[in-house]
Ligand binder design. Sequence first.
Ligand SMILES: *Cc1c(COP(=O)(O)O)cnc(C)c1O
Ligand code: SF4
Length: 430
Amino acid sequence: MIEVQKKYQVITLRNFREVEKIRNHLTEEQMHAIEVVGNVLPFKINNYVIDELIDWNNIPEDPIFQLTFPQKGMLSDFFYKTMEDALSLDLSKAELKKVADGIRYQLNPNPSGQEKNTATLEDQDLRGIQHKYKETALFFPSSGQTCHAYCTFCFRWSQFVGMEDLKFAMKESELLVNYLNENPSITDVIFTGGDPMVMSTQKLETYINPLLESRPGNLQNIRLGSKALGYWPYKFLTDKDADDTLRLFERIVNSGFHLTLMAHFNHPNELESEAVQYAIKRILKTGVQIRTQAPILTHINDNAKAWADMWKKQVSLGLIPYYMFVARDTGAQEYFAVTLERALAIYKKAYQNVSGLARTVKGPSMSTDYGKIEVLGINEINNEKVFTLRFIQARNPEWVKEPFFAKYNPDAVWISDLEPAFGGEKFFFQ
Ligand SMILES: *Cc1c(COP(=O)(O)O)cnc(C)c1O
Ligand code: SF4
């Protein structure tokens, strides 16, 4: 039972040097690198991450440290030097931002043609809705476009660094209702961001209530994509609206909708604290399901033990493992990238070491412009070594579950590194 209220402290570039644990365990050189890289990629952590997740005797290798603190290797030497030089001059804030934006635009800030998925209603673009797969719509509530802490690998990073023109966001939940009414194929709405659980419960209710009241279209399932359990479990424990959040969950479930919290956990260490375990218990009591997902990343979780431990722990806590993703082609991808071959080997080994209850997990999966592509295996067919792949989700539902083949490439980290096998010119979906 957690009774003491944990007060939320935000730590950013502005104040990280004031935090004792950081000052005591990082060298001046490491803090300097945080400043340089943190001026390009977003940097935000909180006192829970510092006090309960990071093992300060294991710096810099600690996976949660890698997950949340900018590291020198995340920028190429050239970009690093560019930003470092800029910071050493007496530039105005606006001038510094220009240098940073110049670098950001070269880091593929908006990967996989996301703007292509922007929903339209009566010819009007709905910037806050993306509709790519027939049954599911993504909804980006404008007040949920930030997070309790920022992951260094995040493909949404461009939203956090003030690049307003790239921000998919919208206020009107009314438009969402209209869109669902116009598109009866949609059964699922996924609230995403950023992190919708950063919103006050009152805000979240202004988005949810219209759905419960008007039951638009064929909506059955509401999902909340969130890292709050990993980064700030007090959202469900001692924050002043914690109980309201749980009452809202109950109300959704009691209205006959399925509610899933799509929880993002990168490492088994995030499941160890008393706070997270108690928060999970409270959430599950409301009738909500919790499914888990994460990308596979060098420096954080690129070993089978981390995944097997994580999935086992999740099952024992009542969570349902759902997706292992391949790191997207954005931001510091080179720092984090795991080859498809390794991702598959790690997935397989971890999968082989957990019981059927954890084998609900799909992956390793690339969220590409065409759809979610799963790496199924490496095979030899007609004397050619190939990757066997298939769509888990696709723009065109007919592509799903059909195995297809790419030339084996030991260095491939993303679909763009793959070519069709057997001398084909293009993949069947191109
Ligand atoms: C992953 C994803 C979804 C959800 O897919 P499920 O397989 O139903 O979990 C929906 N929309 C987009 C754009 C996605 O990337
Ligand atoms: S919690 Fe999710 S959206 Fe937020 S920074 Fe991490 S990966 Fe990105």
